[in-house]
Design a protein around this ligand. Sequence first.
Ligand code: ATP
Ligand code: MG
Ligand code: FE
Length: 354
Amino acid sequence: PLVLGIETSCDETGIGIVRGTRLLANEVASSMDEHVRFGGVIPEIAARAHLEAFTPTLRTALETAGVELREIDAIAVTAGPGLAGALMVGLSAAKGLALAADKPLYGVNHLVAHVAVALVDHDAASSPLAPNTAALLVSGGHTEILRVGSLARDVELLGSTIDDAAGEAFDKTARLLGLGYPGGPAIDAAARMGDPKAFRFPRGLTMPKFEGTVQSPGKHRHNWSFSGLKTAVARAAEQFEAQGLAVPTADLAASFQEAVVDVLTAKAVRACQEHGLTSMLLGGGVAANSRLRELLAQRCADAGVELTVPPIPLCTDNGAMVAALGAQLVSAGAQASSLEIPADSSLPVERIVI
Ligand code: ATP
Ligand code: MG
Ligand code: FE
């Protein structure tokens, strides 16, 4: 199916067009520059920016794909989770388009879309998803390990962060190291020049009292915690400052990144093994991280888990991921959404479409 996807859950106005799992267009306008001086996304500014960027972004996407609105089979739009005001801009626009062009509308889950995009332009994507598939979702606001029976109708949460998301940890740590915003790409770059073994930072929730054993799993066996990590990085940096020494930013960044990636990959692969899952999809903004892609590929290969990762430009928020999930829903014969659906800023990952 030919599907138009609309994404406005945070600060990216994304319009993507796919035919099945083939990417035809992906236009993204970001209001990030307007939020930089505040150190985080300001909802009101993001919503206004979506309103201004929507039509030009849509036009460019249709032109790039070489399709007209009347040729589209369905319109998919992020219904949640995200910033309520930002979501409402995309949702309202999508409803208007669906009504005017008489197309089915799918109000979809942003998190599942982050996972669905791993199949875009992937060689094996034309074959159906393996029945025992896991998904590691690592984004700015979420860090979850999922069992995916079907991207259209069966997603189960197996474990998650109990405090900060992985992307949030990257952003906060980059900020305290003076590396700027957003922090993920900055830490990824700084870490290339540092030693990941220079500091041994904590691996949250890996102690036996949290993890238990296979036979008697602890409450947090498949969960993560990242909030202690930024504090550990801050303490380490302070010790250099207190002695009047230069802060070894690259070593701190590399060691921090190694701690995050080590515990993410170790727990994700173990969850696969213990739930009998033999393939894994990766998704979310942190999926762009070079060390995560490297170590996850290595550990999945060692464990006999077949890994599929999204193209790097499709990891952070965009419309193609929403279109990709829409295409899965259309192919599976899922029921379209009503034109009265609300935005749901805290939509749980198990609700794929509303
Ligand atoms: P959510 O999807 O949970 O609603 P979000 O949409 O704000 O959150 P994404 O766009 O999926 O988040 O991802 C943004 C996050 O990805 C930011 O925290 C950013 O720092 C992080 N990120 C982007 N590139 C990299 C990278 N190369 N390494 C690590 N983190 C990265
Ligand atoms: Mg963003
Ligand atoms: Fe996102």
